[in-house]
Design a protein around this ligand. Structure first.
Ligand code: GLN
Length: 449
């Protein structure tokens, strides 16, 4: 495959980078003001729906769950009908129309806008991720670093959106905020359309349903089956990781608000401000972590995707150990509050863990899934993250009665335990990959016919 390159990567990667950056800008921007809009009183200067907190939280929970769960039909749509590129295109259009509807203040516009956004993200998110992998051939060492670059793009969108869309929505007008999020997606769509010339060879493939000239369905070979098994097992760790990590928006958010002394240099850091910290850290340490793994691998040390995912889960666990220490300090201190640096440290470890898991998993899926299922498996991955989010909500609720210290210690034990278990089985699980995860330009990959 001949591709034009820039800074060592195909130019198509940068097109996908900016498209996804803007899509995430619209997603996180809209998400940042959604709940605030729902609870804003109807007779305020900047009126909302006037809902109570519980109802608003319920809708928010369903929204964040469905938006990722829709990745499964979105992936199938690409694998069966449209191919990844057209599915991304369709997703972008739906997201833009969805936001345009949210600009109008009215109930049916709001609900149909939300539905279109859910369908749009479902169609765009897994398929654009699969396209990144499609730019690289099997065994190419650059694939993992491409996903890290892509992931940094995601987080530039995620970092800036709550600040910009949040300001416009909260201070000026909610509907303008939604509109701005939509403009973000429109910019992403323009980049994607403009960049088609760099994406000619990726995302077009629609796998055949039947063996050529027969009515016999294309089945999975035993190698493909093994790879699917190892992928599905890795999704278990994905649920656990996101279940722990996503405490950030709920339990840790409340914890920061109520039990952390957030005064720094005479200025009280708003709790919501800490919500941008993850994305900030990803932008800061994404490249160094990717570089670290390359050096580590060059030394011939264990650097398989599964090992990274296991280690990432353990590191995330240690983030909770810091929070447990904070919770102990909270109980002992006279003010009932712990210093903010515990949170800075915990979020940092969580992001180190995230970078060992999230971009690695996206890359792993594109290496491991048979071509005819790659987008479906990508969708299934996002479904696993949706379950993780749901789990996070349940754990957060449990903390209300069990207390934070117990929950933080529990999460520490859980993450470290599962991470170690995965690492223990790495060599056995690696056999099931049949060489597809090996990073070596001369690697001989056993390709199923
Ligand atoms: N923060 C990442 C993104 O927005 C991960 C989301 C996920 O996997 N659920 O793409």
């Amino acid at each position: 495959m001949k591709q034009q390159t820039l800074w060592g990567h195909p130019k198509g990667l940068y097109i996908l980078f900016f498209t996804e950056l803007w899509e995430r800008f619209s997603f996180y921007g809209m998400r940042a003001i959604l709940i605030l809009y729902l609870v804003a009183k109807t007779d305020e200067l900047n009126p909302g729906f006037g809902w109570d907190n519980v109802t608003a939280l319920q809708l928010y929970g369903w929204y964040t769950m469905l938006v990722y769960a829709m990745g499964v039909p979105g992936g199938l749509l690409a694998d069966r009908l449209l191919g990844q590129k057209k599915a991304v295109m369709l997703g972008g259009v739906l997201i833009i129309i969805g936001h345009a509807l949210l600009v109008i203040n009215g109930e049916w516009q709001f609900y149909s806008g939300l539905v279109l956004i859910i369908l749009g993200v479902g169609s765009l998110k897994p398929n654009i991720s699969s396209m990144v992998g499609g730019l690289y051939r099997q065994g190419d060492a650059k694939r993992d670093s491409a996903f890290t670059i892509f992931y940094v793009g995601i987080n530039i969108g995620a970092f800036s959106a709550p600040l910009i869309v949040g300001y416009v929505g909260e201070v000026i007008n909610w509907n303008y905020g939604f509109g701005l999020a939509g403009i973000g997606m429109a910019l992403g769509q323009i980049v994607f359309v403009y960049g088609q010339k760099y994406l000619k060879e990726v995302g077009n493939y629609i796998p055949p349903k039947f063996h050529e000239g027969t009515k016999e369905p294309v089945k999975l070979t035993s190698i493909e089956k093994d790879r699917m098994i190892v992928l599905l097992l890795s999704f278990l760790i994905v649920v656990i990781f996101w279940g722990a990590y996503e405490q950030a928006g709920g339990l840790m958010n409340l914890y920061a608000k109520e039990k952390i002394d957030r005064v720094m240099l005479g200025f009280e850091v708003p709790a919501s401000f800490l919500q941008s910290l993850h994305a900030f850290y990803v932008i800061l340490i994404g490249a160094p972590i990717a570089w670290f793994w390359v050096q580590w691998g060059k030394k011939g040390w264990e650097s398989s995707s599964l090992f990274k995912m296991g280690l990432g889960t353990i590191i995330t666990g240690f983030g909770f150990l810091l929070l447990a220490a904070a919770a102990m300090e909270t109980m002992e201190s006279l003010t009932g509050k712990a210093p903010i640096y515990w949170l800075f440290g915990a979020y940092f470890l969580h992001v180190v863990g995230e970078l060992c898991i999230s971009p690695v998993a996206l890359s792993f899926i594109t290496k491991m899934a048979p071509a005819k299922f790659v987008s479906f498996m990508m969708g299934a991955y996002f479904f696993a993250t949706a379950l993780g989010n749901k789990l996070a909500g349940l754990v957060g609720e449990a903390a209300q009665s069990a207390g934070e210290l117990t929950i933080f210690l529990g999460l520490f034990g859980f993450c470290v335990g599962f991470g170690l278990l995965l690492i223990l089985f790495v060599s056995r699980l690696k056999k099931l990959t049949h060489g597809a995860d090996d990073v070596d330009d001369n690697v001989v990959v056993v390709e199923p016919e």
